[in-house]
Design a protein around this ligand. Structure first.
Ligand SMILES: [Zn+2]
Length: 181
């Protein structure tokens, strides 16, 4: 975490006043941005699962998320859309954004993140199906490498009826109106 100070002194300059506490700040920021490692899906969803006869699709869309790519430690961020088909159990809606946080506040790759969210919902709710779609901009692509500033990465994880039934999947995709680029 001393790379900021190091690169400054490597250039032959003494670190400016503003840089002195930077290693400490970076360390604190990183701890905050990876706090998901200290949380788990189980404790977020516990106590928020309720019995219900509701059996139509439940969707929570456009959940903002911020994560760090595990290859470059650069941010990727965007929207997460979640849907599930309940089977006698529903979950408090405010819990789904918190669940997204648990997994996104770690070092991640978007494909794995998408899958982990879907799997946690499947494990806890045992729904008839679950679908998760994530759209994100990756700073490691935008600021370096190919420098494609407008590239959005879209990943999805479809389980149960969302995988086996085209109609269910299409209803979900239609309702979230995924931006096609
Ligand atoms: Zn990256």
């Amino acid at each position: 975490m001393n790379s900021c100070a190091r690169s400054s002194s490597a250039s032959g300059r003494t670190p400016s006043e503003g840089l002195k506490r930077t290693p400490l700040r970076v360390e604190k920021a990183l701890a905050y941005l990876t706090r998901g490692y200290k949380q788990d899906a189980e404790s977020v969803l516990n106590g928020a699962v309720f019995a219900s006869d509701y059996d139509e699709m439940v969707i929570v869309k456009e959940i903002d998320f911020f994560s760090l790519c595990e290859h470059h430690l650069l941010p990727f961020f965007g929207k997460c859309h979640i849907a599930y088909l309940p089977d006698k159990r529903i979950v408090g809606l405010s819990k789904l954004p918190r669940l997204v946080d648990v997994f996104s506040r770690r070092l991640q790759v978007q494909e794995k993140l998408t899958m982990e969210i879907a799997r946690a919902i499947e494990d806890k709710l045992k729904p008839k199906g679950v679908g998760v779609v994530m759209e994100a901009a990756h700073l490691c692509v935008m600021m370096r490498g190919v420098e494609k500033q407008n590239a959005q990465m879209v990943t999805s994880s479809m389980r149960g009826r969302f995988r086996s039934d085209v109609k269910t999947r299409e209803e979900f995709l239609e309702l979230i109106k995924i931006r096609r680029t």
